[in-house]
Design a protein around this ligand. Structure first.
Ligand SMILES: [Zn+2]
Length: 151
């Protein structure tokens, strides 16, 4: 394969990756939408109209309905699409090499190549061990919901 063919193949691969990401996003938004609809129906039964809620409250409602999994996934999709736009998608953030297509197929949101991922995991593990040795390094999580206005 010539260098041009390789670049051309990569371009095709990235175009396909974008299509798949958009498809996943559409599907996910559809799921979230129907969940929200179901939630609104539920509210109506209690004599409450979700449309009348102040926007801050509505945001809270959406956040409440969105599971962490959905929220994380949506963010990952948007991030990946952004990286596709600026040309950094599929390029390892650590070493700058192109991430193998089979890895991207399996993990479309990954930002690291296999080697760097392994390095990072090793690093995270040794960091966790260091924290274990030093119990004071953990951040205090003590305050109750009642006096927490920062959310
Ligand atoms: Zn790398």
């Amino acid at each position: 394969m010539t260098k041009d063919t390789v670049a051309e193949n990569r371009k095709k691969f990235l175009a396909k990756a974008r299509e798949q990401l958009l498809e996943t996003k559409t599907k996910l938004l559809g799921e979230i939408d129907s969940e929200m609809r179901a939630e609104r129906e539920g509210n109506k039964d209690e004599g409450m109209d979700a449309y009348d809620l102040a926007s801050e409250e509505r945001d809270r409602e959406i956040n409440f309905i969105l599971s962490d999994r959905e929220r994380v996934k949506l963010k990952q999709i948007d991030d990946a699409l952004e990286r596709l736009d600026d040309g950094t998608y599929g390029v390892c953030e650590s070493c700058g090499l192109e991430i193998a297509e089979e890895r991207l197929n399996a993990m479309p949101f990954t930002r690291l190549c296999r080697d760097c991922q392994q390095d990072e995991e090793r690093e995270a593990k040794s960091q966790a061990r260091r924290l274990d040795d030093e119990p004071n390094a953990y951040r205090k999580v003590g305050s109750t919901d009642a006096d927490d206005d920062s959310a």
